[in-house]
Design a protein around this ligand. Structure first.
Ligand SMILES: Nc1ncnc2c1ncn2[C@@H]1O[C@H](COP(=O)(O)OP(=O)(O)OP(=O)(O)O)[C@@H](O)[C@H]1O
Length: 359
């Protein structure tokens, strides 16, 4: 299902101008704190009526201010997942889920409850009450409850930001399964590069209430001005290849090169996206020997641009992939780097952690 959003709205001194469309899958609204992501989500959810706007999901017009159409939240057919799970503490998990289903009303369900319970791994939790669940488990129940209302679109507002790194890593694969197994568009607000890199089919980058870029994760997250300086880097996608000879290691087959990562619970053939922060890439003009890093890629310098603080952002072509490195201007000068030069990129293994953990 596709959706289209056009919004013009002023709240106090803050002006929002956001136009974007989605063909389905996960669309991430990505930007720094205060860039206006949540405001856009609240307008889509019907919690705020914008000065001007048009929001269409599939063939349903949720909002068209020029025609005086503004459906109230409960008639928009949206599922909402917040940072906090907001479950009913006195109800069991099963009863919390039933509550979501009750909201579906006459709308026909796009997926049967048992399928959603299975995708989110909730079977064993059904008789329990929220008080006995971990933060990650609660959030999975909250997602299940939102889905059982059979929404046309799922809105997720920083759903992982209240969880610690281990719980985030635990819940990400469930959100990937939703993305891959339910034909349901998801609008996902996040300021985390690693989360967006891993989940998003399309990224809408926001700054100061405006859309500054729309594209796939690799296009948008690689752009220095969109990501925070600390997190700028490359997003690469490939298939997992388990290494028979080493039980602890997996390779990600990319276009014309490969990366090694800890195997963890990865499985053969799994599609995986990794974010490699530019600051985690070291450069060497000759092939390094006797170093602990597992990943040394041979490539060629395609571009070099100076950025704030005297750093130099370098784009390298490795196979068919583009890898970004960020080094000091002094290092670039000492190494006498130039465009076209062949180079070795050394990537610290931890930077490839496929759990998508923000570091
Ligand atoms: N009701 C309001 N009246 C006036 N200003 C508001 C109102 N709601 C939000 N704002 C302002 O709009 C701006 C964007 O806020 P918003 O919460 O949408 O950003 P965000 O990107 O989601 O940030 P965060 O990730 O911190 O939640 C902020 O400057 C905020 O103070």
């Amino acid at each position: 299902m596709t959706f289209a959003v056009e919004i013009r709205h002023s709240q106090g001194d803050f002006r929002i101008e956001a136009d974007f469309t989605s063909e389905g899958g996960v669309t991430a609204l990505f930007g720094r704190s205060g860039s206006g992501k949540t405001s856009v989500l609240r307008i889509v959810g019907g919690l705020v009526r914008p000065d001007h706007g048009r929001i269409i999901v599939g063939d349903q017009v949720l909002l068209d201010t020029s025609k005086g159409i503004c459906l109230p939240p409960h008639r928009r057919g949206l599922g909402y997942v917040f940072q906090e799970p907001r479950l009913f503490p006195h109800l069991t998990v099963r009863q919390n889920l039933n509550y979501g289903q009750w909201f579906a009303g006459s709308r026909s369900s796009f997926a049967d409850p048992e399928k959603i319970i299975a995708i989110l791994g909730l079977e064993a939790l059904l008789p329990r009450r929220p008080g006995s669940l971990s933060g990650g488990e609660k959030q999975r129940v909250a997602i299940g409850r939102a889905l059982l209302a059979s929404p046309r679109i799922l809105l997720m507002d920083e759903p992982l930001s209240a969880l610690d790194e281990a719980r985030k890593a635990e819940i990400l694969p469930y959100i990937e399964r939703l993305r891959d197994e339910l034909n349901l568009p998801i609008l996902y607000v996040s300021h985390s590069v690693s989360e967006v890199a891993r989940l998003a089919d399309r990224v809408v980058a926001m700054a100061d209430g405006r859309v500054t870029g729309i594209g796939n994760a690799s296009e948008i997250l690689g752009i220095q001005t969109v990501a925070t300086g600390r997190e700028s880097g490359s997003v690469l996608e490939g298939l997992v290849r388990l290494q028979g000879e080493d039980p602890d290691l997996a390779a990600i087959a990319l276009r014309g090169c490969r990366l090694f990562v800890p195997r963890g619970d990865l499985h053969e053939g799994q599609k995986l996206r990794v974010h490699i922060p530019a600051r985690e890439v070291l450069l060497a003009t000759s092939e390094p020997h006797g170093i602990s890093a597992l990943n040394v890629l041979k490539g060629e310098i395609r571009s070099m641009t100076g950025s704030d603080g005297g750093a130099v952002d370098i784009a390298l072509r490795c196979g068919e992939e583009v890898l970004r490195a960020r080094i000091t201007g002094l290092s670039a000068k000492r190494m006498d780097l130039m465009v076209g030069q062949s180079i070795h990129a050394i990537i610290k293994t931890v930077a490839l952690d496929p759990s998508g953990r923000a570091r």
